[in-house]
Design a protein around this ligand. Structure first.
Ligand code: TA6
Length: 302
């Protein structure tokens, strides 16, 4: 059957309105739909012609769902709030421009601000959206720099890709740390991460403010209790067995470090159902005016 391409759009972010770039082939089509999510927050739904689906909130540019074969591979904590005031706890929150505690709020303000939808397209049947964040009075009060961040999210059959770019639009240099704090749906007793053997570690379990240096000796990292560990110079690909029958490859370029976290009994309600495996940049990224930095993550389920 001849493929028929259709394009139509209406104003983005209006409830129930749809912005789509569709390619019709048989019954399947790719789409990007702007809608209203929990707490009436603007939400975008990406649907691939292969049946996979992703959802993201403009608040925090947080991807809250990634479904392949109707199974959600991400996890949103039951205590997550969708009120546009507190970061959404789950999915793929941003930590920017600071990972962890430090001079500004824990994990920075990127997960705590409204991002804007700047474009949506369908590239080779892969629905793609790009969000942006710029400095404003809220960010300036904590971090007095002009910046421009872009976050491109692409959905393929079994892959969710993100590309994060930060540009220094100020007239003075700045530096930042950052991470994608990904919560994977998992069975904590069966979950295992491989690929980290040999990495230098900063173990935060005894004291988060004074991590203990070490080296990962295990082929497979598991979650028998509280786990909170930074892996420096991690490889470009890790494998997560989520203990629920899925093997997920976590590939990256330029996310030099990784973090593995499970809160165990400190989050009694939900710790059994997720693990965080995070691509991170723990060492400071230094940007001169006009310079930019980009890092890419590909999550692929086998
Ligand atoms: O990435 C692990 C971590 O930095 C932990 O130390 C823990 O604090 C966690 O993130 C959760 O942070 P949040 O502010 O989202 O509760």
């Amino acid at each position: 059957m001849a493929a028929l391409s259709m394009t139509w759009s209406c104003s983005p972010l209006t409830s129930s309105k749809i912005r789509r770039v569709n390619r019709y082939s048989g019954m399947a089509f790719a789409s990007v739909k702007s809608t209203e999510g929990l707490g009436n927050l603007p939400k975008v739904v990406l649907t691939s012609p292969h049946g996979s689906e992703a959802e993201l909130y403009l608040f925090g540019a947080c991807v809250t769902s990634w479904k392949v074969d109707s199974k959600d591979l991400l996890f949103v904590r039951p205590d997550a709030v969708f009120n546009g005031q507190k970061p959404i706890s789950g999915g793929i929150p941003h930590c920017f421009p600071q990972f962890g505690p430090g001079p500004i709020q824990q994990h920075g303000f990127g997960r705590n601000m409204n991002w804007s939808l700047v474009s949506s397209e369908n590239v080779e049947e892969k629905p793609t959206v790009t969000l942006e964040l710029k400095d404003g009075p809220y960010s300036r009060a904590m971090w007095d720099y002009s910046f421009h961040a872009l976050y491109k999210i692409t959905l393929d059959k079994k892959t969710l890709s993100t590309e994060f770019t930060v540009k220094n639009t100020d007239n003075k240099p700045f530096s930042f740390t950052t991470a994608l704090h990904t919560y994977f749906h998992a069975s904590v007793t069966g979950a295992a991460v491989s690929g980290l053997k040999g990495c230098k570690t900063l173990n935060k379990v005894p004291d988060p403010t004074n991590p203990v240096e070490g080296k990962e000796e295990r082929d497979v990292v598991t979650f028998p209790g509280f786990v909170d560990c930074v892996y420096l110079d991690a490889p470009n690909e890790l494998q997560l067995d989520n203990g629920l029958g899925d093997k997920i490859s976590i590939k990256n370029s330029n996310w030099s470090d990784a973090v593995v976290w499970n809160p165990h009994l400190t989050m009694e309600q939900s710790y059994k159902d997720f693990v965080c495996v995070e691509n991170a940049k723990i060492g400071q990224v230094q940007l001169e005016p006009e310079q930019s930095w980009t890092a890419v993550q590909h999550l692929t389920v086998a």
